[in-house]
Design a protein around this ligand. Structure first.
Ligand SMILES: Cc1cc2nc3c(=O)[nH]c(=O)nc-3n(C[C@H](O)[C@H](O)[C@H](O)COP(=O)(O)OP(=O)(O)OC[C@H]3O[C@@H](n4cnc5c(N)ncnc54)[C@H](O)[C@@H]3O)c2cc1C
Length: 435
């Protein structure tokens, strides 16, 4: 009997340290500095505030704990990472303070898996050391959920590849030292076989950012999701990652991890919203009693706790499964978590905002910012609908069509067979009456 929901005392000590550290040292950084600054390594906050905090994390042996020992991490695995990430999810700056900030985690993972020694030395090492940030440049303006419409093209010219095309929502490109760009290298085959990934230093001539699109209420061109035009961008032949035609194999390695890590951090965000909801419900009085005594508010609290408990178990189970069998065999579970992430964030943050009334929707509470994240979670790394399709396909693989006119659960034949089987004991009159 191996089912076990307990946490080893030694690891619980680490979790307690992380929770106290994030609350005392990192959450104040969230309040003082803009969230975009997380990626802007030229900002003095990194050297003066974040570096010393990162050193404390390293001294605790908790730096970059998403990585295996071969890459300088602890090889905690996804389950332990899930327990850590649900604490880090409470703070915008916590993931970078612990060296496990998306999208750099995913980018590091694929360079570690598919990169040559030279590529690892040039791109992976500074990324893992937290010295640079990186960008993943795949989605195009004409479509993201359907890679079949991608047109960004790379053509070989001697010892170089020349990239031409447009990408959209290339997050953090303006802060990045390099981008991993997906481009069509063989238009004569399906894109799933004919696309490749390129490591492109961002100081390469021809990378032209049309604008930096923002989300929510960000000012035009002050966002961090680049609409970028690659115009005759030349990279050496050795900058292909994993070999020509490998783009989708590589992308799958990256996206599975990214999705489950978002789900883990969302647990922390939802818990934070529930904390605010409960505190407010106990403190605010209306018509002579606290909100917490109103049944409809109690329903918000109960539904939120139940849904988060379900979600947490689901995410931790998926993490455990990845540790047991690998991400490729946990596709259904990862996709299901991805779908549930956006929904639970939307539902719980909405209730927390609602219990706070006007204050909840104001810019004097963090809730409206968390609210913006709910639709983002439903779209980034693939829309909910596409992940539901994955879940449904995987579920349907466990079934086969019945033969003949009637489903296998159709009662008349089953009842007749069962009665025949138990003919020696069945009271026919009673059984007929019950049916
Ligand atoms: C905050 C954020 C950051 C991002 N960062 C990056 C990044 O760094 N790099 C990168 O390459 N991309 C990034 N993306 C892009 C993201 O991967 C795409 O937005 C996503 O894949 C969907 O593509 P799309 O926006 O073109 O929507 P579309 O493909 O146009 O889809 C729009 C809608 O159509 C519906 N739909 C689509 N397909 C189906 C289907 N098969 N069945 C039913 N309905 C469907 C869904 O409702 C979907 O939301 C980011 C997105 C966001 C929101």
């Amino acid at each position: 009997m191996a089912w076990d929901f307990s946490t080893e005392p030694e690891f619980q000590e680490k979790l307690d340290w992380i929770a106290a550290f994030v609350k005392e040292h990192v959450e104040p950084v969230d309040l003082a500095f803009d969230s975009h600054t997380v990626y802007d390594k030229t900002h003095p906050v990194h050297e003066e505030v974040i570096r010393p905090l990162q050193k404390m994390v390293q001294d605790q042996g908790l730096w970059a704990c998403h990585l295996g020992p071969d890459l300088g991490g602890l090889g905690f695995g996804q389950l332990k990472l899930g327990l850590i990430n649900e604490i880090l999810g409470r703070s915008t700056w916590a993931p970078s303070t612990f060296g496990c900030q998306a999208p750099d985690t995913g980018n590091a993972e694929i360079i570690a898996h598919y990169g040559t020694d030279e590529q690892k030395a040039k791109y992976l090492k500074p990324l893992l050391d937290g010295e640079i940030v990186s960008c993943f440049s795949m989605t195009e303006p004409q479509g993201g959920a359907d890679p079949g419409v991608f047109t960004c093209r790379a053509e070989q010219d001697g010892d170089e590849w020349v990239i031409n095309g447009e990408k959209w929502f290339s997050s953090n490109l303006k802060y990045s030292a390099f981008a991993i760009v997906m481009a069509v290298t063989d238009p004569n085959v399906s894109i799933y076989q004919g696309a490749s990934m390129f490591l492109v230093p961002t100081d390469t001539p021809g990378i032209n950012i049309v604008r930096n699109t923002g989300i929510g209420g960000e000012e035009p061109d002050e966002g961090s999701h680049a609409y970028v035009r690659y115009e005759n961008v030349r990279v050496p032949a050795e900058n292909v990652l994993g070999g020509p035609g490998q783009a989708f194999v590589i992308a799958q390695t990256r996206l599975g991890g990214g999705r489950i890590h978002h789900a883990m951090r969302t647990i922390g965000m939802c818990q934070k919203a529930i904390d605010m909801m409960c505190e407010r419900a106990l403190s605010r009085h209306t018509q002579g009693s606290p909100l917490a005594s109103k049944q409809m508010v109690q329903e918000y609290v109960a539904d939120s706790w139940i849904e988060l408990h379900q979600f947490r178990l689901m995410v931790l189970h998926a993490a455990w499964l990845i540790d047991q069998v690998g991400g490729h065999k946990a596709r259904k579970e990862i996709a299901a978590c991805k779908v549930a992430t956006a929904k639970i964030l939307k539902d719980i943050v909405f209730r927390a905002m609602h219990v706070h009334g006007s204050l909840g929707v104001s810019n004097e509470m963090p809730l409206i910012g968390m609210w913006t994240m709910a639709p983002v979670m439903g779209i980034a790394d693939g829309p909910t609908e596409v992940h539901k399709i994955t879940v449904a396909r995987q579920v349907l693989k466990g079934y086969k069509p019945y033969e003949g006119l009637w489903p296998t659960a159709h009662l008349p034949e089953r009842v007749a067979a069962a009665k025949a089987r138990f003919a020696h004991v069945v009271d026919h009159n009673l059984a007929n009456h019950n049916l």
